[in-house]
Design a protein around this ligand. Structure first.
Ligand code: PLP
Length: 400
């Protein structure tokens, strides 16, 4: 059967191998590729206990179809959690989704027709790029630096588009502990970004997958908190703070957008089992959020130790011309190789030496990032991170 003529335009092109998440790495090779959570930190015993209790008390809801926006007990948990973070939201600002990924997809469905413009920071999250490509968006890049998205460069991109009579549908940004670069948008730039967005009559899709995993420094206001009921839609996830396998995320959105988002979400409810389980895990017998908050606190310690192990190994083994970002939280650091080296060309040699990574070029739309490498410190224990970095630095040293 020749399926090709039947494909929709968006599916007709094959997906490059790099975009397939979860591919296994060869035996003996240390994968610094995966932005996966630490599997040893999954709270399996507490989840078994919570699941048993939840099925006894709420089994008929958990195993039935559910409300599309999410069940009320879970929405109330989110309202309380967001309130603690300084984000004003109530039930009609919330839409529970199958991971943050579905949130990005829904917002794209809501706003983007083929050929519409979107602005992304460069580099950016591969999954979002894939979603925007599927929607046949025209993707424009604005660079980021150690302080996050460069809002002056973004202003130029927006002015250039405006001069062509183009208004982007939204600006996609990961302001805190960015994937892949590990950097965080500075406070003044957060305000500048919201101001720019209003000036150009566009929206912000704020992807806040990592802010809860802060290792040091003060929390910064989220873009949504700077402009509630305004130009910001925030996408969140439980993947990094509880279990990616629950596939649980949510959108925090201006109320006015919720009915349209509900209209587009044709799934008879994000897993009621997962939402009721997350609720049962998160609250103690007195109804407090302490179990969830304690778990997140423990995760911060796990990932801080891993970040420190990776950065110390880089300090120790990296040749002098190699640079990397200093993440205050999250899962990643972003390496820049010496002039003349190419991260893609180096990958086969690194794999032979027993380490893999994702070359920086994958995180751009334009031909950039040849000298960059994303390193994830989330997935492996500290000793393996150190060994992986050592192998990588040896390969870089030899290639210089
Ligand atoms: C920046 C960012 N956004 C969104 C996601 C989506 O995660 P999920 O669909 O598991 O919530 C990820 C996961 O890696 C991410 O890094």
């Amino acid at each position: 059967m020749d399926y090709q003529p039947l494909f929709a335009r968006r599916a007709a092109k094959p997906v490059p191998a790099l975009f397939r998440a979860g591919a296994a790495s060869p035996q003996g090779v240390i994968p610094l590729t995966y932005g996966f959570p630490d599997p040893g930190s999954f709270p399996i015993e507490p989840l078994i206990e919570a699941a048993t209790r939840m099925l006894r008390e709420r089994g008929r809801d958990a195993l039935q179809y559910g409300p599309i926006a999410g069940p009320e007990p879970f929405l109330d948990l989110l309202v309380e959690k967001l309130g603690r973070e300084g984000i004003p939201a109530n039930r009609d600002n919330l839409l529970v989704t199958s991971g943050g990924s579905q949130g990005i997809d829904l917002v794209t469905h809501l706003l983007v027709d083929p050929g519409d413009s979107i602005v992304v920071e460069a580099p950016t999250f591969i999954g979002a790029l894939q979603t925007f490509r599927n929607a046949e968006a025209e993707i424009h890049e604005a660079p980021l630096d150690a302080q996050g998205l460069d809002t002056s460069a973004l202003a130029e991109v927006l002015d250039r588009l405006a001069a062509q009579g183009r208004r982007p549908k939204f600006i996609y940004t990961i302001p805190t502990f960015q994937n892949p670069a590990g950097v965080t948008l500075a406070a003044e730039r957060r305000r500048a970004l919201v101001e720019l967005t209003h000036r150009h009559g566009t929206l912000i899709l704020e992807d806040d997958a990592y802010s809860e995993l802060r290792f040091e420094g003060e929390a910064l206001p989220s873009l949504y908190a700077l402009d509630p009921e305004g130009a910001v839609i925030q996408v969140r996830t439980f993947s990094k703070i509880l279990a990616a396998g629950l596939r649980l995320g949510y959108l925090v959105t201006p109320k006015a957008l919720l009915p349209r988002l509900l209209q587009l979400k044709v799934d008879v409810g994000t897993s009621p089992f997962a939402t009721h389980l997350a609720t049962a895990f998160s609250r103690d017998a007195r109804g407090r959020l302490d179990p969830l908050l304690a778990h997140i606190k423990a995760l911060r310690a796990v990932y801080r130790e891993r970040r420190d192990a990776m950065l110390s190994a880089l300090e120790e083994y990296a040749p002098p011309e190699v640079a990397w970002t200093y993440p205050h939280g999250g899962f990643f650091t972003w390496l820049t190789l010496p002039e003349g080296l190419d991260a893609g060309a180096l990958l086969p040699r690194a794999t032979d030496a027993g380490v893999t990574y994702i070359p920086g070029a994958s995180y751009f739309v334009t031909a950039s990032g040849a000298r960059n490498i994303r390193l994830a410190f989330s997935f492996l224990p500290p000793a393996e991170l150190v060994e992986g970095v050592k192998r990588l630095c040896f390969v870089i040293q030899k290639a210089r």
